[in-house]
Design a protein around this ligand. Structure first.
Ligand code: ADP
Ligand code: MG
Length: 366
C-alpha cells in the first residue's frame, strides 16, 4: 500500500532522515519507536507531505506521490494524521470540527455529514459532547474527538504522532482503547509512540528508529523480547552507561569514584547498591591491574531501568589473561569479594581482547 524507498530529509545542514526504506501493507499496524529527535515525526510528516523529502520516493498504491503534488489534499484524506497536540478548531463545536472537512473537501451534504459525525462520536464514546466546544473537554476527550475527525475523512491509513504524550496518565488509556479498537477493525495505521506495552500488543510490526535510519525492525516479540542490536537493546531496556579508559596505573581514583557516584545518582541506585558497586569497581580494578601495565584498560558501567541489572565490563587488548584465575596470592581477597558481590562473573578472550563481565547482585540476591 505504501512503499518508501531511500527517503532522505535534511533541514539545512542537519540530515534528519538518512535513507528510510520500508513497505506498509494494507491492514498492518506499524509502530515506530526510538529516542527523541531521531526523525520519527519528520518521517510521518514526509509521508503525507507536510514536509517535502530531500530525496527518495514514496509510492501509495503504486502512485509516486512526490510526482503528483497537485493531489496533496486528496493524499492527506487518504493518509490522515492525528497529532500530539490535537489541533482542533477551538471556535467550532465538536461536531463542526468533524463535519468541516467532509463538507468542504468531500462535498458532503451538511445533514449527512452531521449524522456521520454523530455516529463517529459514538464510536469514540463522545456522542453527548457533540455540541460542546473543545475547551470544555479533557485532553483525552479532545484526542478522541481528533481521532473521530480523522475518521470522518474516511482515510485508508491513519498516521498517529505520539497521540498520548500530551495527556495526563489517567487519560492515556481511553485514547489507546480507541486506537486498539480501530486496529481490531483492520484499519491500517502507522503509530509513533512511547507507550511500549501498547506498541507491543497493538502492532503487527515495530520499527526502531535511531540516528535517522531504521536501525532494527521486526515483530513486537522480536523487538521487545529479542532485540538483536545493542542500540535497540539499550533503548528497550533503558540502559544507561558510563565508559572510562585507563591508560596507566596512575589514574585518579577519586575522580573515578565521583563519576560513578554521579552515574548512580542519575540512575537512582540505592545506597547499598552504590556501595557494592564502588567496592566491586575497586576490587575488580585490583584484579585487572596487570592490564594497566601493558595495553590499557576500559571500563563500561551500565544499568537497565527495566530489568534493574547493573553490569560492569572491563576490556583490555593483549594476550589472553583471565583476572579471575587469581594466581597472585595478593589477589585472593579481591577475588573473593568480587565473587561475593556478583551474580555472575565471566571472562572471555575474543579477537585479541580480554573481556571481563561482572553482573552485580541485586538486593534480593545479596
Ligand atoms: P522525533 O519525532 O523522533 O523526536 P523529529 O522528527 O521531530 O524527531 O526531529 C528530528 C530532528 O529534526 C530534530 O533534531 C529536530 O530539531 C529537527 N527538525 C524537525 N523539524 C525541523 C524543522 N522544521 N526545521 C529544522 N529542524 C527540524
Ligand atoms: Mg516527534
Amino acid at each position: 500500500m505504501i512503499r518508501v524507498e531511500q527517503l532522505r530529509k535534511s533541514f539545512g545542514t542537519l540530515e534528519v532522515l538518512k535513507g528510510i526504506t520500508v513497505e506498509i501493507r494494507k491492514g498492518e499496524v506499524v509502530s515506530i519507536i526510538g529516542p527523541s529527535g531521531c526523525g520519527k515525526s519528520t518521517f510521518l510528516r514526509c509521508l503525507n507531505l507536510l514536509e517535502q523529502p530531500t530525496a527518495g520516493s514514496i509510492h501509495v498504491d503504486g502512485v509516486d506521490i512526490l510526482d503528483r503534488r497537485a493531489e496533496v489534499a486528496r493524499l492527506r484524506q487518504r493518509m490522515n494524521m492525528v497529532f500530539q497536540s490535537f489541533n482542533l478548531f477551538s471556535h467550532l463545536s465538536v461536531v463542526a470540527n468533524l463535519t468541516l472537512g467532509p463538507i468542504r473537501l468531500k462535498g458532503m451534504e451538511p445533514k449527512a455529514a452531521r449524522e456521520k459525525a454523530i455516529e463517529l462520536l459514538r464510536l469514540v464514546g463522545l456522542a453527548e459532547k457533540a455540541d460542546s466546544y473543545p475547551d470544555e473537554l479533557s485532553g483525552g476527550q479532545k484526542q478522541r474527538v481528533a481521532i473521530a475527525r480523522c475518521l470522518a475523512m474516511e482515510p485508508e491509513v491513519i498516521l498517529f504522532d505520539e497521540p498520548t504524550s500530551a495527556l495526563d496518565p489517567t487519560m492515556v488509556r481511553e485514547v489507546l482503547s480507541v486506537i486498539r479498537r480501530l486496529a481490531k477493525e483492520g484499519m491500517t495505521m502507522v503509530i509513533v509512540t512511547h507507550e511500549m506495552d501498547f506498541a507491543r500488543d497493538v502492532s503487527s510490526r515495530v520499527l526502531y528508529f535511531d540516528q535517522g535510519v531504521i536501525h532494527e525492525e521486526g515483530t513486537p516479540d522480536q523487538i521487545f523480547d529479542h532485540p538483536q542490536r545493542d542500540r535497540t537493546r539499550a533503548f528497550i531496556h533503558r540502559i544507561r552507561s558510563l565508559t572510562r579508559r585507563f591508560a596507566s596505573p596512575d589514574f585518579d581514583l577519586y575522580a573515578l569514584n565521583a563519576e560513578v557516584e554521579a552515574f548512580c545518582e542519575k540512575q537512582i541506585l540505592s545506597r547499598p547498591v552504590r556501595d557494592n558497586l564502588l567496592l566491586l569497581i575497586e576490587e575488580s580494578l585490583q584484579l585487572c591491574r596487570p592490564f594497566l601495565a601493558v595495553g590499557g584498560l576500559e571500563m563500561t558501567l551500565s544499568h537497565s531501568e527495566t530489568t534493574d541489572r547493573t553490569e560492569l565490563v572491563w576490556t583490555a587488548p593483549g594476550v589472553r589473561l583471565n583476572p579471575l584465575d587469581g594466581e597472585d596470592l595478593e589477589d585472593a581477597l579481591s577475588l573473593n569479594l568480587v565473587r561475593n558481590l556478583c551474580a555472575s562473573a565471566d571472562h572471555e578472550w575474543v579477537d585479541g581482547v580480554n573481556r571481563l563481565k561482572l553482573v552485580l547482585k541485586t538486593g534480593s540476591e545479596s
